[in-house]
Design a protein around this ligand. Structure first.
Ligand code: SAM
Length: 279
């Protein structure tokens, strides 16, 4: 796991920051997610997860369920499943159809082998002890069950990193400012399969590359603003940098007609036995 020397990455895993600020409600998460509506190709992630779980029945847990997009999709397409949403933030869980419970992925309040499906989507990078959370996934999963995890590549949205460094540089009067905080770098798509492989003999990766194209700076700015819970981690005035980023993107759109961002996310399907058929 790589921790940027520039940022105090304890803030990414601090329960008080996660539950009290970053994910106290689903607002900032929804702003981050909404940027993907301008991505080509568009991936229906909840739909993909519904499909991956098509052979699974009975109990399924969504750990770090956030604002509940996956639970809602599963409830609507698979009313037969017994779903449970878990998150460290009581606030965000108020938006999620129950049953839900406040708990930590590093200590899941479920019995050994008690679920047939477990989701850990874009959340393991927030867990202090990632190997322990992965071993919890292995502990609660039944022998024929499936875990679906997801994260982003270390090369995801590099244009936003460049934009941030340029904007921060302008604010500070430097050629290039400090880098933006990265959530997924603690559990990148490059490292995640081998970490999951410590517990699960079967790990299949589905890569989801795409390009976001916007002709209006607002969705990019909203995405950047969604990191406000970690504003103090940036060694540069956050709001000023976001405003400067807005102006840079506006100028580029005026010149070139668009601003593009390359994306790479991925899903990992994990099973307890290497011989188990791929879903
Ligand atoms: C980026 S959001 C992802 C939400 C959802 N899984 C999705 O993909 O849309 C991360 C979520 O994980 C939760 N979370 C962070 N650390 C956690 C932990 N140690 N245990 C359980 N949930 C956690 C956060 O509160 C937040 O709701």
């Amino acid at each position: 796991m790589t921790d940027s020397p520039l940022h105090d990455n304890t803030a990414l895993t601090d329960r008080a920051v996660l539950a009290g600020s970053a994910y106290r409600s689903g607002g900032d998460l929804a702003s981050r997610q909404s940027l993907y509506q301008w991505q080509t190709p568009r991936y229906d992630l909840p739909g993909i997860v519904v499909k991956l779980l098509e052979d699974i029945s009975g109990p399924v847990v969504d750990i770090g369920c956030g604002n509940g997009n996956f639970i809602r999709a599963l409830r609507s397409h698979r009313p037969d499943l017994r779903l449970l949403g878990i998150d460290v933030s009581a606030g965000i869980l108020t938006e999620v159809p129950g049953p839900v419970t406040v708990a930590d992925a590093a200590q899941v309040p479920l019995a050994d082998g008690s679920v047939n499906g477990a989701l850990a989507l874009h959340m393991l990078y927030h867990v202090k002890d990632i190997p322990r959370a992965i071993s919890e996934l292995g502990r609660i999963l039944g022998e024929d069950g499936i875990v679906v995890a997801s994260t982003n590549s270390e090369h995801d949205k590099t244009e936003l990193n460049e934009l941030w460094e340029r904007a921060a540089g302008d604010v500070l009067g430097l050629e290039r400012g400090p880098s933006r905080i990265s959530l997924s770098s603690r559990f990148s798509l490059e490292e995640a399969p081998s970490l999951l492989g410590e517990v699960f003999p079967y790990v299949r990766v589905i890569r989801l590359p795409g390009t976001i194209t916007v002709t209006d700076p607002d969705p990019v700015v909203a995405h950047m603003k969604s990191y406000r819970a970690w504003a103090d981690q940036h060694s540069v005035p956050f709001e000023d940098t976001v405003r400067r980023a807005h102006d840079i993107v506006s100028a580029q759109i005026e010149r070139e007609g668009r601003f593009t961002i390359s994306c790479l996310g991925g899903l990992m399907i994990c099973r307890k036995h290497a011989s188990q058929a791929a879903p």
